[in-house]
Design a protein around this ligand. Structure first.
Ligand code: SF4
Ligand code: SF4
Length: 365
């Protein structure tokens, strides 16, 4: 992302906002979001078994006018990175208008996550019109694995086609595949990584995590099965291969710490430090604001329909929540790329520390 920002000649604007954040945080611990994860809708054209979001009843969808108002406010606060996810954002007819609006309003880097099924020539041209910085497509493994996970025949082929459409009709939009690294089946992530290499796109690896239940059913605890020693070795070999793949965009500290997360969580970097994620990130889910969804168990956010974003961020209730979250340890429970990668790279003192320190590993956990 940083390389793209420099390439797009936005580096000074980017550096200025980052500098201002540090000043505001040091002077009065001001909350000023630089990055925003926005769940536009819970609706999806897929019904993946392990995902509960499409099961939320009643579902949610942020109306266009409301979303524009929020984007406008976030922009005034100096937002750098804005990402739409869901559900499937591409089923929302105004998603590209909102992404275009975000870019026009001064947000430097825009991103949208998709399962790729609806991407076609028209959709890719709209992506180009909205000057979207990055699109991510999920890829779980080979055709059989992917179609089974997504409960949709042809889903794999659609991802491959989607990549080609974006390359052809939105060549300035960066394509990044998302794959899940399941400790018990690392070969699936390796297949996705090889596919990314073959198609000359980037890929990021998300560790498998326990999905939130949203109160609709129990979480399927898939990530906690203990591994046999040969499985452990297979996983470590896979992580080494991932670390050495230049088209994988996870940071080296993130992958290194993933081993600590799996085998020795007490050695996870920054796990004992105060977490200030909510001072530089913000999330929107079910038409509410959250400083960190995972930290708040995906519930009891702040209603955006009655106050401005700024008023909510300045409120005592929000600041008290941030104080509580400083002691949160949910990153030891689930190792999400969207939480731990930012923590390893921001603020500047974490970026430097994470590059200098290596987690200690026990040999026989
Ligand atoms: S495509 Fe994504 S949002 Fe849709 S059901 Fe599957 S995992 Fe959930
Ligand atoms: S520790 Fe992790 S889950 Fe908890 S608030 Fe911080 S980033 Fe969020």
């Amino acid at each position: 992302m940083i390389r793209d920002i420099i390439f797009q000649r936005n580096f000074f604007r980017f550096a200025h906002r980052i500098f201002l954040w540090h000043v505001k945080y040091f002077v009065r611990q001001k909350v000023s979001p630089l990055a925003c994860g926005f769940y536009l809708t819970s609706k999806c054209n897929f019904q993946c078994e392990l995902c509960n979001i499409w099961r939320i009843n009643p579902g949610f969808q942020m109306p266009e006018a409301e979303a524009r108002k929020l984007i406008n406010e976030l922009c005034k606060m100096g937002l750098v990175y804005f990402s739409f996810s869901g559900g499937e954002p591409l089923i929302i007819p105004y998603v590209f208008d909102l992404l275009a609006y975000a870019k026009e309003s001064g947000i430097i880097y825009t991103h949208v996550v998709s399962n790729g099924y609806l991407m076609d020539e028209t959709m890719a041209k709209r992506l180009a019109y909205a000057r979207v910085s990055e699109i991510s497509f999920s890829l779980d493994g080979d055709e059989k694995v992917h179609d089974k996970n997504r409960a949709m025949n042809g889903a794999f082929k659609k991802v491959i086609e989607a990549i080609e459409y974006v390359k052809t009709y939105a060549p300035k939009t960066r394509i990044v595949l998302n794959t899940i690294l399941d400790p018990a089946y690392p070969e699936n992530a390796i297949f996705a990584i090889k596919t990314a290499k073959h198609m000359r796109v980037k890929i990021k690896v998300q560790p498998v995590n326990d999905h939130p239940s949203f109160g609709v059913r129990e979480c399927a605890v898939k990530s906690r099965r203990s591994l046999q020693s040969d499985e452990k070795q297979k996983l470590l070999d896979a992580i080494a291969l991932i670390q050495s793949s230049p088209h994988v965009i996870n940071s080296k500290p993130f992958l290194e710490n993933y081993k600590a997360f799996l085998f020795c969580p007490e050695n996870l970097m920054f796990a004992k430090d105060d977490c200030i994620f909510g001072y530089h990130h913000i999330e929107f889910f079910a038409n509410q604001i959250f400083p960190c969804l995972e930290g708040l168990d995906w519930k009891e956010g702040f209603d955006v329909s009655t106050s401005s974003v700024e008023a909510i961020l300045e409120s005592n209730a929000y600041r008290n929540k941030l104080q509580e979250l400083k002691k949160c340890s949910h990153c030891k429970r689930n190792y999400y790329i969207c939480y731990y990668e930012p923590r390893l790279n921001f603020p500047i003192w974490n970026l430097i520390t994470s590059r200098l320190r290596t987690p200690k590993m026990r040999d026989n956990d």
